[in-house]
Design a protein around this ligand. Structure first.
Ligand code: ADP
Ligand code: ZN
Length: 877
């Protein structure tokens, strides 16, 4: 695992700067996707900025905000440029020392451009928008007055002669005056000085302001952002244009364009009911560039906008009643004692808290963090997706009140910046958030909890491909803090870590209340054919009806959204494919009467005829949640059915579906894997899985592990209230290990078999992770010949490097490929990959380091292809 590389890396970090003669140089991480360092000279009038401080630098024709790195700067071959400005006081850099070395570690370990890694640790706005406020000084006001009134002479005229105002300086002063930011006022936010068109970008305005401040013309407060809650904001909603089938598909397609982000944005709005307005702050989470993205959609009439009252933060709901903490079970007590011992010892320790679903892991986190607080220190709790588990954040708020900062994707950039300021100042010492919260600047950080540590969402799968679980371990190690990884279905990485002694194993084996784990029944679909419409076997149907009749609730799980998978032609047999991706990625959505590609977001009208032969008989493929919802409602009269998947539930809508079900306004909730994530629905006594074997056949060594985790987690939703639960797994593969062990709730048995299955596989025979290590080199581009050529070129290099390592005695290294990726094409880009596997990390890292140089600063070859490395890949698809 990642953290054992730590000490090696640390020794490479050297003094922040080197005094080369009289010139002081610093190395700066600039927020661009170039795998390259940039050096700047510190001009004599500026203090030497420490590592982690933000600085304004010229970059090409632009001015950017970068962060000073803790490495020696090399004198560039070309012209040496100077820093323009320091944004942080030398004694309070934006990034603390531990975060700086964490960013450096990530850049090195994950073979990622250093500028991108620093961007992970600072909110986007800290490298763009600035929270400072500026106002005119008395001198500035006088100078402006004199300058704008050339007839004024005499005493004032003399003064203005001292203060020559260049046109652009004068414009800034005028703007401040217009906005009422005169002497003695609160001032104007620097951000709003640059917002409108024709005004300079933020970094440039900062430089200009600081020069004006140096001349005493303006005053700039470095002050903290106050939360400015305007009462209204822009909202958007979709129109019915897409649905109406008005025939101008080409025009619509052109408006939407190829941008995956824009397609996803349209999709997001398309999924809402027509009368629902979505606020720009909700959209900014998933789509930071929403304003730009949405323009063509507004232009084409697909979306309309309106200024409306600001909605409340969905997570700002009042906290639960605090109540008395429960008496701990013996298991909980033992786990807590062990963790408190580690905390007391003040040295790094990683622990795996393996507790069956509902065994009270959260209570252990709460007690541990209460102790951290008693010592005046801080903690971070990482969760897979806050929106899916608002209850967890609520439980923390109930216990710790305002000490908790919840970082979720619905925050506006300003709210994010505010939260960051509160955290840095120690006002909110407990931070709860998804993946990126691992970088939260918590002072005196003593504990990092990673809840549901097996979850795929901790691995970022584009940009810097880091795993927050591993980054948490590395960060904690550097701070002598402790890490708790919690799960009912630990990743095999963490499980293996406990066997190797790198992680301490703590187990919770019983539920605290007398609710046994649910009984799991396997229904063999070969013998009990499911209904074609509802996908229910007779057994599951009966159990559903009984459950509802008893006044209890049920969950029905199917990991496929949409109405049906791709339409196929009954005449020629061809599938209606996404024009830009590998099949089968197109799903039919009834609510929208459209086909949608789940890989790239391509949306098109449902065809009436086959695109290949013109045949008019198009048959629907396998059913998804949307279809089952409709069929269930028809088949089970009187039963209220609700649906939870990415189509029905985003942002506030998601919270509403969950609340409605919890309030028992629906009897049956049908949904996808979103249902597996730690929800606590006390009324649920039955969980039915429509196709338990789904996903087993994927060409990925983690396929079986993923299915086991999913089934165990879904099953864990049953019987958490007063009554015992029951689970029905329908499957075509009743004998599969994942299904068999999920039936017995037997994680350990599964882990042993699955680990054994990962030893010595493939060509050459090597251990798959977690027994061995892997890295995937992904090559993509639009042109088939170019992609293959680049893949072959890199493949040859990788094989040569591997051969050199092997010749040096490290025989447990191998490379495979290049091959087409299992998903060979996404959004017109062809995908190929090379897999490197190794028994030990050292040799693999040696190969990657040498490969890095060949990847070039952008991972781009001469030929419009991109190659990037994915270290410890989660998915091989
Ligand atoms: P997990 O996180 O392991 O799934 P939770 O922490 O959500 O489990 O606990 C499940 C339920 O049990 C919650 O409703 C919680 O309040 C309750 N609980 C936890 N610990 C105890 C305890 N020691 N005594 C009684 N109830 C408890
Ligand atoms: Zn597609």
């Amino acid at each position: 695992m990642a953290e054992d590389e730590r000490s090696e890396e640390q020794t490479e970090l050297t003094e922040p700067t080197q005094e080369a003669g009289a010139t002081r140089l610093v190395s700066v991480a600039v927020p661009v996707a170039l795998d390259q360092a940039f050096s700047y000279a510190v001009p004599p009038e500026l203090e030497l900025p420490p590592p982690g401080a933000r600085v304004v630098v010229p970059f090409g024709a632009r001015v950017l905000i970068g962060v000073v790195r803790p490495v020696a700067a090399e004198r560039p071959e070309g012209q040496l440029r100077e820093l323009l400005e320091l944004l942080d006081p030398p004694d309070a850099p934006a990034l603390s020392e531990d975060l700086v070395s964490l960013c450096e570690w990530i850049a090195d370990y994950y073979v990622a451009p250093v500028g991108e890694t620093y961007r992970l640790a600072l909110p986007a706005s800290a490298m763009g928008v600035d929270a400072r406020r500026a106002r005119l000084s008395d001198v500035g006001a006088a100078a402006l007055e004199a300058a704008s009134n050339p007839l004024l002479t005499g005493a004032r005229g003399q003064r203005s002669a001292e203060v020559e105002l260049a046109t652009h300086d004068r414009r800034v002063l005028e703007r401040l005056a217009e906005a009422g930011a005169g002497p003695g006022t609160k001032g104007l936010a620097v951000a709003s000085l640059s917002k409108a068109r024709g005004r300079p970008a933020i970094p440039a305005i900062l430089v200009r302001l600081s020069k004006l401040a140096a001349r005493g013309l303006v005053e700039v407060d470095a002050g903290e952002a106050e939360s400015r809650r305007a009462r209204t904001e822009v909202h958007y909603r979709r129109t019915d244009r897409l649905r109406s089938g008005s025939g101008d598909e080409p025009a619509l397609a052109e408006a939407v364009g190829r941008s995956k982000q824009r397609r996803a944005l349209l999709d997001y709005l398309e999924l809402q009911a027509p009368e629902i307005w979505t606020s720009i702050s909700e959209l900014r989470g998933p789509f930071p560039r929403v304003r730009q993205l949405i323009k063509p959609l507004l232009g084409a009439g697909l979306v309309i906008e309106s200024e409306r009252l600001r909605e409340l933060d969905p997570f700002a709901a009042p906290a639960l009643e605090a109540g008395e903490p429960p008496r701990l079970t013996d298991d909980q007590e033992a786990a807590l004692t062990s963790l408190l011992g580690a905390l007391e010892a003040g040295r790094f320790r990683g622990s795996l808290l393996h507790g069956i679903t509902g065994s009270g892991k959260t209570e252990v986190y709460l007690r541990l963090i209460a102790e951290v607080r008693r010592r005046g220190c801080g903690a971070i709790v990482l969760v897979p997706e806050i929106a899916l588990t608002p209850q967890l954040a609520e439980r923390f708020r109930a216990r710790f009140g305002d000490e908790v900062a919840v970082l979720h994707s619905g925050l506006t950039p300003q709210q994010r910046l505010d939260a960051q300021a509160h955290i840095r100042a120690g006002r909110r010492p407990i931070v709860i958030g998804a993946r990126s919260a691992v970088f939260a600047p918590v002072p005196k950080l003593r504990v990092i909890v990673v809840d549901e540590e097996h979850d795929a969402s901790f691995k970022q799968d584009d940009g810097v491909r880091y795993n927050a679980r591993d980054v948490a371990l590395v960060r904690a190690r550097s701070l002598d803090a402790i890490v708790v990884l919690g799960s009912a279905t630990p990743s095999l990485e963490s499980w293996h870590g406990t066997r190797e002694g790198r992680l301490e194993l703590l187990s919770l084996t019983v539920r605290p209340t007398p609710r046994p784990l649910p009984e799991v029944e396997i229904v063999n679909l070969r013998e009990h054919l499911p209904n074609r419409e509802t996908l229910l076997s007779a057994t599951l149907r009966t159990r559903l009806l009984d459950t509802v009749a008893a006044g209890e609730q049920a969950i029905v799980f199917l990991n496929r959204r949409g109405y049906t998978t791709a339409l196929s032609c009954q005449t020629c047999g061809s599938f209606q494919q996404c024009p830009d991706c590998s099949a089968p990625s197109m799903t039919y959505h009834l609510g929208r009467n459209r086909l949608m590609c789940h890989l790239c977001g391509h949306i098109e009208g449902a065809p009436e005829r086959c695109s290949s032969c013109g045949g008019s008989e198009l048959e629907h493929g396998a059913a998804g949640t949307e279809r089952v919802e409709v069929a269930l409602a028809a088949d089970l009269p009187g039963v209220r059915v609700a649906r939870l998947d990415r189509d029905t539930s985003r942002g506030r809508a998601l919270v509403e579906v969950l609340d409605r079900f919890r309030r028992r306004e629906a009897d049956v909730l049908i949904g996808t894997q979103m249902l597996s994530k730690g929800h606590d629905f006390p009324g649920v006594t039955l969980v039915g899985v429509l196709r338990a074997d789904q996903g087993l056949a994927l060409p990925d060594f983690r396929a079986t592990e993923r299915v086991f985790q999913l089934l165990t987690q879904v099953a864990g939703r049953a019987g958490r209230g007063d009554r015992p639960g029951r689970v029905v797994l329908q499957t075509w593969a009743p004998d599969n290990v994942a299904i068999q062990h999920a039936q017995r709730h037997d994680f350990e048995g599964f882990a042993e078999l699955e680990l054994a299955a990962r030893a010595n596989v493939g060509h050459p025979p090597l251990d798959n992770p977690p027994l061995g290590h892997a890295a995937l080199i992904r090559i993509s581009g639009e042109d088939r010949a170019q992609v293959s050529a680049r893949a072959r070129e890199l493949g040859a290099l990788v094989h040569e490097l591997v051969a050199r390592v092997r010749a040096g005695g490290a025989t447990k290294v191998g490379a495979h490929g290049p091959d087409d990726s299992p998903i060979g094409r996404i959004n017109r880009r062809l995908r190929m990959q090379i897999l490197v596997r190794a028994g030990e990390r050292g040799p693999m890292r040696w190969v990657l380091r040498h490969l890095r140089q060949a990847l070039g600063p952008r991972g781009r070859g001469r030929t419009g292809t991109v190659a990037r490395v994915d270290v410890d890949p989660y998915s091989l698809m």
